[in-house]
Design a protein around this ligand. Structure first.
Ligand SMILES: NC(=O)c1ccc[n+]([C@@H]2O[C@H](COP(=O)([O-])OP(=O)(O)OC[C@H]3O[C@@H](n4cnc5c(N)ncnc54)[C@H](O)[C@@H]3O)[C@@H](O)[C@H]2O)c1
Length: 263
């Protein structure tokens, strides 16, 4: 049956940042598809609440773990706890990331490095720890939360956009070396409603309205718009897909090359 190919029955998937908007929705959708999901977040209470909600809604076993992804010892604890509870790791979703408005010339070395560690290096470290376990599983994969700002000039987010740009090339390198056992892909995410987090990053409601109006689909994304793309990339339907950037952005990157007087 066509839909069976999206099933994640017998998959064990770690999702980082699962206490947040996109990570939470992704954990939910993967569990609906049959996976046992490990929800990891710096906010342990948010991860636990989401895990309880998912187990209640789907009947799937979950595990919630408080993890600071910038701490390598805690990443090892996350891997160990997953193996202790479920015995294997079939897929990893490196979803943690954060950035905010920064003036182009207003960023210090320390700020730039912190952004790089959070958005890029942390997922390198967790992937490295998971790789020996992933290699044992059929159709294993690692999928990363990239960003539109990492593939277009984004001077307003210089530290964050640099880190997300580096992520894309890092994932391509991982894909080149990890096949055929483990597939590695990035989802290039456009503007998605994550409640207060985007407002904290320097936007206001009027800016978000103008942003949505500029998208081909005339709205910002919802977290599940991204979660379904994760479901696809983890599933057997994507078993020949590695090293790609899957853009899910409501057409946010498209601008007509022949502007009319309305543009
Ligand atoms: N929402 C968007 O518009 C958008 C656009 C492009 C890319 N993205 C990317 O998607 C991913 C998820 O974003 P979101 O919108 O769901 O954000 P969110 O703020 O709702 O969730 C992020 C989660 O990461 C957790 N986190 C932060 N620092 C951490 C750390 N050191 N260790 C562990 N967990 C930590 C937070 O507690 C939070 O629960 C990020 O990588 C983000 O850069 C989001």
């Amino acid at each position: 049956m066509a839909l069976d190919i999206f099933s994640l029955k017998n998959y064990v998937v770690i999702v980082t940042g699962a206490g947040g908007a996109i990570g939470g929705a992704t954990a939910e959708v993967l569990a609906e598809a049959g996976a046992k999901v490990v929800l990891s977040d710096l906010n342990g209470d948010a991860a636990q609440a989401k895990a309880d909600e998912i187990t209640q809604a789907t009947g799937q076993e979950t595990l919630a773990i408080k993890t600071d992804v910038t701490d390598e010892a805690q990443l090892q604890d996350l891997v160990d706890a997953t193996l202790n509870k479920f015995g294997k790791i079939t897929a990893l979703i490196n979803n943690v990331g954060w950035g905010e408005y920064t003036p182009l010339w207003g960023v210090s070395t320390d700020y730039m490095v912190k952004s790089y560690i959070l958005n890029t290096v942390s997922s390198y470290n967790l992937t490295k720890l998971c790789m020996p376990h992933l290699k044992k599983e059929p159709n294993a994969s690692v999928t990363f939360s990239g960003s539109m700002v990492g593939i277009t000039p984004s001077p307003e987010f210089i530290a964050y956009s640099n880190a997300k740009a580096a992520l894309v090339n890092m994932v391509r390198s991982m894909a080149a070396m990890s096949g055929p056992e483990v597939r590695c892909n990035t989802i290039v995410i456009g503007s998605v409603d994550n409640g207060a987090a985007t407002l904290d990053a320097g936007y206001d409601e009027a800016m978000l309205k103008r942003l949505a109006d500029a998208f081909v689909m005339k709205r910002r994304g919802m977290p599940r718009d991204i979660a379904h793309a994760f479901n696809y990339l983890v599933s057997p339907a994507a078993s020949w897909v590695t090293g790609i950037e899957l853009r899910v952005d409501g057409g946010g990157s498209y601008k007509s090359k022949m502007p009319t007087s309305d543009d």
